[in-house]
Design a protein. Structure first.
Length: 334
């Protein structure tokens, strides 16, 4: 799937949790809590003379009250999933983060959350004022087949970064597949506009130096959101430095051509995330939605790299970080 991440998501790019800094919702309505409490206080058996009256009252009581009497109360701290968590499970097909903002069996490492939230707010302003309108206009003006060709072209340009990092991770077989895919799409695919390699069942992988650092052992890294670049971890910030020399677009000396291609790549990436804008806009806490979804998918990418070739799943293309070659920046190499 070519859905790629952009500005603040720009990553998922996608986990859902209750808002950090807001109290979690209770697990049941007040009426259920009252019935459960009543059940615990009425544990003393009633007198035999009132047995018929009690039976009549029980048969007339609502089903929810009966259920609360016949089933034990939920464990302490257990809460019902929020709407955002239900959305996450439907989108990703797996368990949602808990309402305290953590993933199952993995705590969210976000000690810079106050600063990250401010940067996230800035990124959202830029996204809604510039990126989203451009992406919307792009989808309305450019036909689908042309947008597919643009996505194929930029995906093909990522091959040098992917091949190098696969070799650094000790995966020569995957690097060979990626090289064959690059050569096939660059020739038969007319410079990467078409994707004959996928029709030939050549696996499509996306790797970057942040994933390589994770495969080398840097598993746990604190979350940080960068202006314009969006979600990252400290590990992935260092990964930018490793990917920068391998960027084909950044080797273009003509500023107008290079910046034009980078801008087109950003718009193309943002257009592929329009489908999840409603979920983001309706989230209880959009920051935790973006952060937890991005971190869970990023962890999956790294863990997937550690599996054997035949046990490896499909790459999570939709939430890889914004590549260094997609962001218009000074070309320090010239």
């Amino acid at each position: 799937m070519n859905v790629i991440r952009t500005l603040p998501l720009l990553i998922l790019a996608l986990a859902l949790s209750a808002c950090a800094g807001k109290p979690a919702r209770d697990s049941a309505p007040a009426s259920v809590a009252v019935d459960t409490a009543a059940a615990s206080t009425d544990a003393v058996p009633a007198a035999p003379v009132a047995a018929d009256a009690d039976a009549t009252a029980a048969s007339a009581s609502p089903p929810v009250a009966a259920a609360s009497v016949g089933t034990p109360p939920p464990a302490t701290g257990e809460t019902a999933p929020t709407n955002a968590e239900d959305d996450f499970a439907a989108l990703y097909g797996g368990p949602a983060p808990s309402v305290d903002g953590t993933e199952p069996n993995r705590a969210t490492y976000d000690p810079w959350e106050p600063l990250n939230r401010r940067v996230h707010s800035f990124n959202n302003v830029v996204d809604r004022a510039v990126a989203r309108p451009l992406a919307t206009a792009y989808t309305h003006v450019v036909p689908r087949f042309a947008r597919t060709g643009v996505s194929n072209f930029f995906n093909n340009l990522r091959a040098p970064v992917t091949i190098t990092n696969q070799l650094l991770q000790g995966r020569p077989d995957d690097a060979w597949d990626s090289l064959g895919r690059f050569l096939m799409n660059s020739t038969l695919g007319v410079g990467g506009l078409f994707d004959p390699a996928s029709k030939a069942l050549v696996p499509s992988r996306k790797e970057d130096f942040g994933q390589t650092l994770g495969a080398w052992g840097w598993r746990r890294s604190r979350y940080v959101e960068l202006p314009f670049f969006g979600p990252r971890t400290v590990r992935d910030v260092f990964g930018l430095a490793g990917d920068m020399p391998l960027s084909p677009i950044r080797t273009i000396e003509e500023d107008k051509v290079r910046i034009g291609l980078q801008g087109l790549q950003l718009v193309d990436m943002r257009s592929q995330l329009l489908a999840i804008d409603d979920m983001r806009d309706n989230a209880v806490d959009e920051y935790t939605l973006v952060r937890d979804a991005w971190l869970q998918r990023r962890n999956y990418q790294i863990e997937n790299d550690l599996r054997g070739k035949h046990a490896r799943g499909k790459d999570a293309d939709d939430t890889a970080p914004i590549p260094i070659d997609a962001m218009p920046m000074p070309n320090w190499g010239n």
